[in-house]
Design a protein around this ligand. Structure first.
Ligand code: ZN
Length: 184
């Protein structure tokens, strides 16, 4: 049978693709580097498909796509709100303080990572002092910490960007990254 004899349903082998929305079991979260279990499948705006997300990525999705979220809530499927549990991670940069203190050191915000932890660096660095970087959760508990010579600070930020993934830069840190930092 030649291809032209087939109806479109035969070519696709199934019903037209429609987003499948609702709770899921035994599926990995479909978001980037995330290794948590997915809890709910949502309509995915970019590709016209769907994606299963973990509790925290569900929260971020709700924050980013309020219109789709409202549409999902109007459906027959179980209320997605009950599956969106944020835990101790940040959803957006707005929630991250611009400055914090860690062990009495003043630290300033650099970025919010794809993983929902925020990256900070030492705010007061003397000429010979090392620069400290920390990642913190929403309780401001330190998750990771590293100290490097001042000249290496830029490469730490670049490593973080490439390996952890940056969700949102602090505007000033971003400006420094593209301007002042390159001179060091
Ligand atoms: Zn996830």
């Amino acid at each position: 049978m030649s291809r032209s004899d087939r109806g479109p349903w035969e070519i696709s082998g199934g019903a037209p693709l429609e987003p499948d929305i609702g709770p899921v079991d035994d599926v990995d979260c479909g978001s980037g580097h995330c290794d948590r279990d997915a809890v709910y499948r949502v309509a995915w705006p970019n590709f016209g498909g769907d994606e299963a997300l973990c509790e925290w990525h569900l929260c971020r999705f709700r924050h980013q796509h309020t219109e789709i979220w409202d549409q999902m809530r109007a459906l027959d499927a179980p209320n997605p709100d009950t599956f969106a549990v944020r835990g101790q991670r940040f959803i957006s940069l707005d929630e991250v303080p611009e400055e914090i203190a860690v062990d009495d050191d003043r630290m300033r915000r650099v970025a919010l990572g794809d993983d929902g932890l925020a990256l900070f660096e030492s705010a007061d660095v003397g000429p010979g002092d090392p620069v400290r970087f920390v990642t913190v959760d929403r309780r401001l508990d330190v998750d990771g910490s590293i100290e490097v010579a001042r000249g290496k600070a830029g490469s730490v930020v670049a490593w973080y960007r490439d390996h952890e993934g940056v969700y949102e830069w602090d505007p000033e840190a971003k400006a420094a990254l593209h301007g002042g930092e390159s001179a060091r």
